[in-house]
Design a protein around this ligand. Structure first.
Ligand SMILES: Nc1ncnc2c1ncn2[C@@H]1O[C@H](COP(=O)(O)OP(=O)(O)OP(=O)(O)O)[C@@H](O)[C@H]1O
Ligand SMILES: [Mg+2]
Length: 246
């Protein structure tokens, strides 16, 4: 009986997005999006420009209003919870386009990520971020605006980690990076996943995203149309034709 209870408890997904809808005025950006992320999973959602990926991430973070459907976190409906409260629950997003504060130092950018955390947690987080990204440690007094694109990506990830995420949301981490930096960024994402971090990432770069994902989804015109293991989607003819150019 005890065992059964335990199984049932662990079967509650960390994140469940059910038939989500969201619009910008008359534009329906999300029409029917359903996604499940279990604790410890690395789930990738791939889709073309304008498919609704950023809108979905912003809706999960609580900064984009929804007009239908539900968002559950560990079984609890958070659809109406404000963004700050979601961060306190551990839902933390690395925004699209990195968006670091250019006129602030690397270290101050990192510290900002820990704004909802205690001073102790802030210091621990800083140590951990520098551990993960030694380049940031070397540049901690440098203004973030003078970092290279890849370094800014590291900073944006480091800053998100400072908030002690339980669910890390990443919006196109490969955007604007050279192939080498894309590889490096995805290595870091894999490393975080291997350490047990639950990650939901959206990407236009279907190949790299599905290659490292446990499971994946395809988003087309605001609708999740396909799902499966990362491996299965990589070999799905529909994905190959539309997103992998083969
Ligand atoms: N602020 C806005 N006002 C009006 N329409 C918007 C706004 N933001 C996004 N849209 C529209 O909503 C749709 C989904 O946009 P979204 O940014 O979510 O796509 P995306 O999948 O992230 O694309 P990309 O790969 O280019 O980042 C698009 O048709 C877009 O034009
Ligand atoms: Mg986007």
């Amino acid at each position: 009986m005890k065992d059964r209870q335990r199984t049932e408890t662990s079967a509650v997904p960390m994140l469940e997005v059910r038939e989500l809808q969201s619009r910008y005025g008359r534009i329906r950006a999300l029409k029917k999006v359903s996604v499940t992320v279990h604790g410890g999973e690395l789930v990738a959602l791939v889709g073309a420009n304008g498919a609704g990926k950023t809108t979905l991430m912003r809706a999960i973070s609580g900064v984009q209003p929804i007009t239908g459907g539900r968002i559950l976190f560990e079984g609890k409906d958070i659809s109406r919870m404000n963004a700050a409260a979601r961060v306190r629950l551990g839902i933390v997003q690395v925004p699209e386009g990195r968006r670091v504060f250019g006129a602030m130092t690397v270290e101050d950018n990192l510290r900002l990520g820990a704004i909802s955390r205690s001073k102790n947690e802030e210091e621990e987080g800083l140590e951990r971020a520098y551990d993960l990204f030694p380049r940031l440690k070397d540049r901690r007094r440098q203004l973030a605006g003078t970092l290279s694109g890849g370094e800014q990506q590291m900073l944006a990830i480091g800053r998100a980690l400072m908030a002690k995420p339980r669910l890390l949301l990443m919006d196109e981490p490969s955007m604007g990076l050279s192939p080498l930096l894309v590889d490096q960024t995805f290595e870091i994402i894999q490393k975080l996943a291997a350490e047990g971090m639950t990650i939901f990432l959206v990407e236009q770069n279907a190949y790299v995203a599905l290659s490292i994902a446990t499971r994946g989804y395809v988003l087309e015109g605001g609708v999740t149309t396909l799902d499966g293991s990362g491996e299965a989607l990589l070999h799905d003819p529909r994905v190959k034709e539309a997103y992998l150019g083969v």
